[in-house]
Structure formats: C-alpha cells, structure tokens
Design a protein around this ligand. Structure first.
Ligand SMILES: C[S@@+](CC[C@H](N)C(=O)[O-])C[C@H]1O[C@@H](n2cnc3c(N)ncnc32)[C@H](O)[C@@H]1O
Ligand code: SF4
Length: 290
C-alpha cells in the first residue's frame, strides 16, 4: 500500500456559507462559483481508501459544513471507520438539537468561528450571526459532552477586543485558537502585541515547532489553552508547512495543497484505491515550494 505522507485532511463539504465574514479566505475556495456540496457517497469511497493511512486528523469544514445535509452522516462514518482525531470547523449557527444529540455519540471536536465577544461586534463581523443564540448553542454542545473550542481570526492590532475574547474563553472553559488574518497586510506582526498580552497571563508557553505557540492560562479556577497560529504563509516557510502536512479535499473531489492555490488535481475515485493514494503522493511530492 502506498503511503500518502499528508498528516491531516480537511474535507470542504460545502463551498458556501450563511455568514459574510469580511476576512474569510473560504479555505482557498473561490467565492464566485456556484454552490458545490460534497456527496456522502464520494466521501465514503475516499475514506475507505485512506482509512489505514497514518493520519492524525480529519477535519470537516467549508464554507459552512452544516449547509451540507449529509454532514452528520459523514462525521459518523469517519468516527466509526477511523481512529484519528475527527474535528469540525463550523460557525455553529445552523446545528439543531437533534444533530447535537447525534454527534454526542461520536468523538468529533468542534472548532467554532468566534470573532468577537460582544453582540454588536459579533453581528458586524459575521453579517448575520446571532451572538446570544450562539452562546446558547455553545452551552448545549458543552452539556452534550462534545469538545468545543473557539477560533478567533485577529483582524487588527487592537488587543482590547481580543482581551474580551480571552476573558470569555476563560470564563467558559473554552480552548482558544488565535489566527492572525491571512491575506491582511501587517498581520504577521500582530504577535508583537499579542504575545506579551498572553505571556502576562500564562503559566506555560510551548512552541510546537509547527508555527503554533501554545499558552496555558489559569484564572479563577479555570484552565484553558490558547494556541497562536503563526501561519507559515506569512514567511512562505514551506518546510514548516510540510511538517504541518494538511491537504484539502474540495466538494467536487479535487485536491488542494494550500489555501493560496487553486484546485490542483481531481481525484479519480473510479480508478480505485491504489490510483487515488498515488494521487495524494503525487501532490505531496510537488508540495515543495510556496
Ligand atoms: C473558512 S472557515 C470554514 C468553516 C466554518 N464556516 C468556520 O468559520 O469555522 C474555517 C476557519 O478558517 C478561519 N479563517 C477564515 N478566514 C481566515 C483568514 N483570512 N485568516 C485566518 N483564518 C481564517 C475561520 O476563522 C475558521 O476558523
Ligand atoms: S463562517 Fe466560516 S466560511 Fe463562513 S464566512 Fe465566516 S469564516 Fe468564512
């Protein structure tokens, strides 16, 4: 059996979204093409081909993955047929109580898009996001025993809004991932303001060597981790990017090595497992410059 080399796979199960986040890179998908939704049947074939591979994480993302009516079935299938981490990046605005219950029987972890910790800023950033409803849904997800963390894209060097998000994360025991906005001039320097802010409140700091720095914060009996993603995109550091090893599968089963590139290869599922595994290898071999 061929080894595919990629360490993480992101399934972009829809290319569209109900939010209008201004910063959104849409995981590298064009925002000007008609709606595309991944089919469960195709995902199932692909998962069967790659399930014996040494993969650390499968992530369901989009667009907004809950615009795909089959996303629950997809997560359940990944849960039952693989042993690696299974996660889902979502804005959490569309999930139903029944879906929460169904997913609580799986090991899925949610990473939710959480730009600001006030009602007005949240609405302005997302276009249609209802802050109060999202807080209620976060609580339901936590009560159902599903692991959940916040993803916050840092859109400016002003750390006052970020402090509100950190306070919210600590008060609610939610791990936080900070993503300096890719595609914004100067965002590679946000760490100059954010690191001292975190350092002041942290009991521990670990450089994970993949571009992520992990701080541990303990306050008022609450303990959370804050992960700052110092994206290799900022320095075009292809070695770090290869170490991270994340590939994207688009809704139409094309493969993309990087959010800054267009679709690079169409997976030929009908040609069988060996052929498809070789396609992953081929993309890996060519993934050596930015
Ligand atoms: C594109 S979204 C898709 C999934 C889902 N709609 C969501 O927002 O989580 C996936 C992740 O990319 C992050 N993201 C979007 N645009 C970004 C940008 N320009 N720079 C860094 N991260 C970004 C989002 O915050 C989110 O955590
Ligand atoms: S919710 Fe996610 S996919 Fe939708 S616009 Fe915001 S970041 Fe982009």
């Amino acid at each position: 059996m061929s080894k595919i080399y990629w360490d993480k796979i992101r399934f972009l199960v829809a290319n569209v979204c109900n939010y209008r986040c201004r910063f959104c890179h849409n995981e590298g998908q064009s925002k000007n093409i008609p709606q595309q939704i991944m089919s469960f049947e195709q995902l199932k074939i692909l998962l069967d081909y790659i399930k014996d591979q040494d993969i650390s994480e499968l992530c369901f993302s989009g667009g907004e993955p809950f615009l795909n009516k089959e996303v629950i079935k997809m997560i359940q299938y990944a849960d039952e047929n693989t042993t690696c981490d299974v996660s889902c990046a979502t804005n959490l605005s569309l999930i139903t109580d029944v879906q929460i219950k169904d997913l609580s029987a799986t090991r899925v972890k949610f990473n939710i898009q959480f730009p600001f910790a006030t009602m007005t800023d949240f609405k302005n950033s997302t276009g249609s996001g209802n802050y109060i409803k999202i807080l209620d849904t976060i609580k339901k997800v936590q009560d159902a025993g599903i692991c959940i963390g916040l993803n916050t894209v840092i859109q400016s060097p002003d750390t006052s809004k970020l402090t509100q998000v950190i306070d919210f994360a600590i008060a609610n025991n939610l791990p936080l991932k900070l993503l300096p906005q890719i595609g914004l001039n100067g965002s590679e320097k946000f760490k100059d303001d954010v690191f001292p802010l975190l350092q002041k409140r942290a009991i521990d700091r670990i450089d994970k060597g993949t571009g992520a720095i992990r701080y541990t914060l303990v306050e008022d009996g609450h303990r959370i981790t804050v992960l700052y993603i110092d994206s290799p995109c900022f320095t075009k550091d292809i070695d770090r990017c290869r170490k991270y090893g994340e590939v994207r599968v688009l809704p139409n089963m094309s493969l993309q090595s990087c959010i800054l590139k267009d679709k690079e290869l169409s997976l030929a599922l009908e040609k069988g497992k060996d052929y498809v595994l070789n396609q992953f290898c081929e993309l890996w071999r060519g993934f050596n410059h930015c």
